[in-house]
Structures are given as C-alpha cells and as structure tokens.
Design a protein around this ligand. Structure first.
Ligand code: MOS
Length: 759
C-alpha cells in the first residue's frame, strides 16, 4: 500500500485558478486563436440524407468560386489509413473514403479557400445527389437491428429468476433517456500546418497523444513527426476524447494545398460532428422482501448506436456495484441507427443506468412504505457486491447522513402532494451515486532551476476543471515551494505523455505522476548533496527528509537542511530534472470496470484489459437531494435547491472541486429537464442544432446549490484523491424525477421532464 503524502496546506477554502488571469484578460489562446503565416481556411459540406450513397457530386462551381484553393471529395481524396483500435477511444472511420452515407451530417467534401467566408460560400456551391437508402432513425423502428457489442458489460450474479419469483414485492418499469448534443461553448477547431512530412496541429481535444497517434496512422507518419498542441479548450465533456473526422480533414486540407489550414466547426456542425449522448431504453425490475432487502435486480439497458465504430457504453456498471443484492442480471445491448456518431459524454451510460436504478428504488420505497434513504441503507454494499472485495474507501453512509441533515430531509412528509407553498406543490427527492473513475497511465517531469524555482509539465490538457491550478498546488506542496515559484505547463505532445482527460481519472493519474516526479527530484537533490560529506543532508534517504520554503530539511531536525539553489550552486549545476510516471493501481482501464470484468464469466473483456485477477474496487460516492416546485395547473417545474454530499477522497482544492460538482449538477438539470436532440424522422436532419432551439439550463434555471465533501483520503493512489468530474452529474436526474413524483404523484420515467409530461 502506498503512503499518502500530507498536503494539508492545500486543503481549505481553495486556491484561485492560476490560469484565471490569462482567461479573463484574453491571453489564454484556444485552438481557433492560433494562426500561421499564409493561413488558408476550410469549410465542410455535409450529407443531407441519413442513409444511402452519393450518386453525383459536382464541385465545378465551388472550384471556380473566388479564393478557392481546393475541393476534396471521396472522388479525389487520397487514401487515409485507419488507426489502431482501442477500447476507450476507438478511432473514427477515415473520412472521404467512400460514397456510402450512414448518417445525416456526414462530411462529403471539404473546401479550402483564402478566407473562411470564401470557403463557406464555396461549400454551398457543391452539388450532391444521393441514392437514398432506408434510414433507421429510431429504436422503435421495427426495422432497427441490434448492433453487435464487443465491449458489452453483461453481468450476472446469483439466480435472478428464482429470486424474483419468490420475492414478496416486485416493481417493474421502463425508463427512457434522450439523445443529447455535446455543446461546449468553445467551437471545436483544428489548425494544421505541414513542414515536409512533419505535421503540427492545434486541436480541440481531451486527448492530444491520441490525436497524434491517429494523425500519424492516417498519413502513415512517425508519431514523433506529429506535434499536437492544446493549451486551452473551451470546454469538453467527452467530445474531445476521440478524434473527430474534421481533425483529419484539416490536416488533409493543409497537405493538399501546401499551406496551413484552419477549420472551425459551426454550431450546427458541432451537433452532428462531435458525437452525442445516445438515447437509451431501459427495462428494470426489482424484487424485495417486505422489510426492504433487495433480493433481485433485473436490468436491461439498450443504447442507440451509430453505424460506425462501437463504443464501450456501460449502462449496467452502477447496477451491479451499488447495492448488496445477491441476485443481479444486467444486460447491455445496442440498437444500430443511422444517426451521427455516438460519443462519451460525462458519465456515459452510468448516468443513464443510475436514473433507472435510483428511480425504481424510489418506486419500491413507496411500495414498501419505507423512507428512500432507509431503503438504501438497508441494502448498503459494505463490500463491492459483484466481486466481494472491500472498496479502497467508501463514505456513502456519511454522504446520506450529512446530505440529509443539510437538506432537512426529516421535514419531508412522505405522502405525495402533501407539501405546498402557495400555488406550488413542493417535492423532495434523493438519489445515491456509486461511481468508479478511470485512471490511466501518465507521465510528468519536474525541474528545479538554479534560482530555486520549479518547472513541472505533462502533455495533458486543461478542459476547464482546474488542472493547471491543482497540479501547480500539488507540485508546490511536494517540493516545498510557494505556489508562485512553481510553473506548471501542459498541452503539448512534446511534453511527457499523458492519457485522455476523461473518466474522472486525470487528477489521480497526473497527480500521481507529479508525485512520482517530485519525489524523484528530491531524491536527485539528496544524491547530489550527499556527494558532499559536509552537507547536513549527507546520508539522508527520502523518508528522512521533508521539503519546505525552498529547502530540503531533515525530518528529525528541521534546522538542518539546504536550499535547492545552494545545492545546485555548489555543484555548478543549472538545474536538476526528474521524470515521473504513474500507473493505475488496479490496471490500465477503469478500476471499477476491471473489477467487474474479472467477476464476469466472459473472457472477451477480460482479455481486452489483460487482467488476470480481481482488484480492489475504487470509486467516488454521493448522495443528491433535490427540492422541486411544480405548478400543477401550468406544468411548470422548477428546481429550488440541491444538496450534494460527495465522497471524493482528499479534496485538493475546494473551490475547483466544488465547481466541478456544481457544473455537473447543472448538466444533470439539463438532462432531467431540457436537453433533447430532435431529428427529422425522414432525413435525420437535426431540427434543433442551435442554442436558440436546443435547450440547456440558463441562470434562471439554476438553483441554490450546496456541496459538501465527506470522506477521507483514498489509499488507492499516493495523493489520496478520487475523481470529481462525473460524480457530480450522476444522480441528479433521478433525484429530480423522484422529487417530481413526491410533489405531484406523477412518476415520469422519460427524460427530459417537459411541461407536457406534467400536465
Ligand atoms: Mo468524460 S465522457 O470522461 O470527458
């Protein structure tokens, strides 16, 4: 077991964002801000049908339009090669390689011109005729076929059929969730520049090393000949985990015209071009004894899938992990549709699964006449119920307790429709959250220079969550330097390799890599100082010293020590550098996934992760409490307040961690009440692909939010953290739906909960 470093000085009200001044003064540069001399601009032409083939594509008028440098279609595009497949971030189908159309908005041409206006004007002159095929656009379409699902997470334990048959109480229902678009404020952009066979790309991505890998594969280059930069990105919730085809097209366009090319997606292109959260249909049945003990859970989740690449979409993950129920069957299927690519989007699958599970438990609580929290405590999973192994740490019990107290749950009269304020019906609802984080391998480097300042870097990205800040704090703490003496940098594949920024795993992965680098750096200083028998640090090992105020001092005698700058000066060194790395304590994929996979009797997924034995399950936990108001005559629904009690392990920065939970909560309100991509049933055209038509929560929809962190440092990693990126989103939709039921007696099982569903 690793020991946890003491970072007490970092815990507290929270350090301000170190990148804040750059953002508010405009000094922070986002991918679309970058330019090169002689820059040209690209615009995309998109399919207007959902299925079929291109019968004719006429680029004549576009080619002769003012400023146009090139028009690329499947007829003249060079061969692009497919990158290596992988589980978490499968590469896209290479664009412009075929006349086949499998979704609306598929790129059929790219136009390159002197200005963005000329490029988009010429793109409108490209004429395309299609042979229309039979498009399957809805899971309810009888012609819609199941899609094979190589990464399915079907999991069983016990004998569900027998247990369900003998259960004293059963509750069963179908839940649906809507398709949601990735809508970060920053338009995704790629700026590509070639020098011979060397490619430099500024890209909106959460995964620069994967962009490098895919571009190198696409153009048959060496990876070291591709450099990807992304210092800032205007938000990303999974849209940047995979490489989108426009990134490859920007590089292709630049190579074709022999000039740097910028491609900025339009807002409608964002809706179809980045992948989206798929709609789901879930059938769930639970059986229990009269005293509230769960005896069986049967859960089938079906997610819409696009024709292209398959994705891991783990709807049943929480179902098997959350409660100590002996008999569980969770099945995970896909329905193949002619829809734009499906992507991961904040807590993909697990959030939808949680909506079904936490809603049906509320239904069961009413059936039993039992308090919803009591029902959850009655079935509390002291160990991971699928593997039987203890959690690395788990403070869900405290989440329920502290959350309920702060919310005032005891004031709740369980009778539906019993609480009122004026004309408004008042409802209290809650949901529990069990959420694993997906830590991946990470590298970092730390340097201390002659002046005693430090430089720490890793090629990760800051998607807005506080990575710049928290990693600066962590390095400062570990090296014993004031924050302003540490420069942390990121966003460049020339730096040490970092994984995808997703799955709530970066703080654990990168933080552990920085921990490793800083420890090695202190060791390097000890080695150097120890060459000099007169040094007070001579003979000291790492565990004999601590760092503070720019010095390494003996733990047993803090007056005996040396400044970093003095050690460097005495040995005539400009700096010392150390490389650090981290591996997830439980293997390369998500800890929770891995534990479950091992428990499951299917060799496919186990082989995928190369795991031979069960590992300690780790994850974040939460309890979400929501008060809603419903106007019964008008069907108006308002979220009045939200209390979130979260076990996030050690919280490195209360300000940024709280912001994560608040952001996730608002996104959860969007899922529960607003967000829904609406497509034309004939063409598959997205009818609401603008912020005027696609509803997301705005200030007036955002209530008072109370966030409290409970729990202790998690021993699963040396800095004691759990991910907070996704746990803050999960549970909100069920808590809102449960509160709506409490207020109105109406059980809404389809999201979003719109006015028509309340009238
Ligand atoms: Mo998130 S779907 O892990 O970016």
């Amino acid at each position: 077991m690793t020991t946890t470093v003491q970072t007490a000085a970092l815990v507290g009200p929270g350090v301000d964002r170190v990148d804040g001044p750059r953002k508010v003064t405009g000094a922070a540069r986002y991918p679309s801000d970058f330019s090169f001399p002689n820059l040209a601009h690209a615009a995309l032409v998109r399919s207007t049908i959902a299925a079929g083939t291109i019968a004719r594509i006429d680029t004549g008028a576009a080619e002769t339009a003012p400023g146009v440098l090139a028009v690329l279609t499947h007829q003249n595009a060079p061969t692009l090669h497919r990158a290596r497949r992988n589980v978490m971030t499968p590469p896209p189908d290479p664009p412009l390689q075929t006349d086949a159309i499998d979704h609306y908005g598929q790129y059929v041409a790219v136009v390159v011109a002197e200005t963005p206006q000329q490029a988009s004007a010429a793109a409108r002159l490209v004429e395309v005729d299609y042979h229309r095929g039979q498009a399957r656009l809805s899971a309810e379409d009888p012609g819609a076929k199941p899609k094979s699902n190589p990464y399915h997470l079907d999991m069983q334990r016990g004998d569900v059929e027998a247990a369900m048959a003998s259960a004293e109480v059963t509750v069963e229902a179908t839940f649906t969730t809507s398709e949601q678009a990735h809508s970060p404020i920053g338009l995704f952009a790629t700026v590509a520049s070639w020098e011979g066979d060397q490619l430099t790309v500024h890209d909106s991505t959460q995964n620069p090393f994967h962009v490098r890998e895919v571009l190198a594969s696409s153009f048959r280059l060496q990876e070291q000949d591709v450099r990807v930069l992304v210092p800032f990105i205007g938000g990303a919730f999974g849209a940047g985990l995979r490489v989108s085809p426009h990134t490859i097209l920007a590089a292709l366009a630049a190579r074709t015209v022999g000039r740097p090319v910028k491609l900025v997606l339009t807002r409608p292109e964002m809706f179809a071009g980045l992948g989206h959260r798929p709609s789901t249909v879930q059938r769930i049945k639970v059986g229990a004894s009269r005293d509230g003990a769960l005896v069986a859970i049967d859960h089938h989740g079906a997610a819409a899938a696009s024709v292209g690449t398959s994705l891991l979409y783990p709807i049943p993950m929480g179902t098997v992990a959350a409660y100590a129920c002996p008999n569980v069957s969770a099945r995970d299927t896909r329905v193949q549709l002619n829809i734009p690519p499906v992507a991961h989007m904040r807590a993909p699958g697990e959030a939808e699964g949680n909506f079904a599970v936490e809603s049906i438990l509320d239904e069961l609580a009413y059936e039993l006449g039992m308090d919803p929290i009591e029902l959850r405590l009655r079935n509390y999973a002291e160990v991971h119920p699928q593997t039987g192994l203890p959690w690395s740490s788990k403070a869900l019990r405290q989440c329920y307790q502290v959350g309920a107290e702060r919310f005032g749950w005891s004031r709740r009269n369980p009778e539906v429709g019993s609480m009122r304020e004026g004309r408004w019906l008042v409802g209290y609802g809650m949901a529990g959250v069990t959420y694993g984080h997906n830590q991946a391998k990470c590298q970092a480097q730390a340097t201390i220079r002659r002046d005693g300042s430090a430089y720490v870097c890793s090629g990760t990205t800051e998607i807005g969550v506080g990575t710049w800040t928290v990693m600066s704090q962590l390095a400062a703490e570990l090296l014993g330097l004031p924050l302003e003496r540490v420069e942390f940098d990121l966003g460049d594949t020339a730096m040490p390799q970092a994984p995808y920024v997703g799955g709530s795993g970066l703080t654990a992965g990168l933080g552990s890599a920085i921990h490793s680098a800083c420890r090695k750096l202190v060791q390097a200083f000890l080695d150097t100082a120890g060459k000099d028998a007169g040094s007070p640090l001579a003979g000291c090992r790492l565990e004999d010293v601590v760092t503070a105020e720019g010095r390494i001092v003996r733990a047993d005698d803090p007056s005996a020590g040396e400044r970093y700058s003095d050690i460097l000066a005495r040995h005539g060194l400009d700096e010392l550098t150390a490389d650090g790395d981290s591996s997830p304590p439980h293997g390369e994929m998500g800890t929770q996934i891995k534990s479950l996979i091992v428990s499951r009797h299917g060799p496919v997924a186990r082989k995928l992760v190369g795991l031979s034995k069960a590992t300690v399950p780790a994850g974040a936990f939460g309890a979400r409490f929501v008060e809603v108001r419903v106007d019964p005559d008008l069907g108006l629904l308002r979220v009045a307040r939200v209390v979130s009690a979260i076990d996030a392990g050690r919280v490195l920065n209360h300000k940024t961690a709280r912001s994560q939970i608040i952001g996730g909560t608002i996104q959860g309100i969007g899922t529960a009440m607003f967000e829904e991509v609406l497509s034309d049933p004939g063409s598959g055209r997205i009818g609401n692909a603008t912020f005027g038509d696609y509803l997301i929560p705005v200030n007036g929809d955002v209530p008072d939010m109370d966030v409290v962190f409970v729990g202790a440092p998690d021993p699963a990693n040396p800095i004691g953290v759990k991910g907070v990126g996704e746990v803050g989103y999960v549970g909100i939709p069920a808590a809102i739906a449960n509160a709506v039921h409490h207020a109105t007696g109406r059980r809404v099982r389809s999201l979003p909960i719109t006015i028509d569903r309340l009238l």
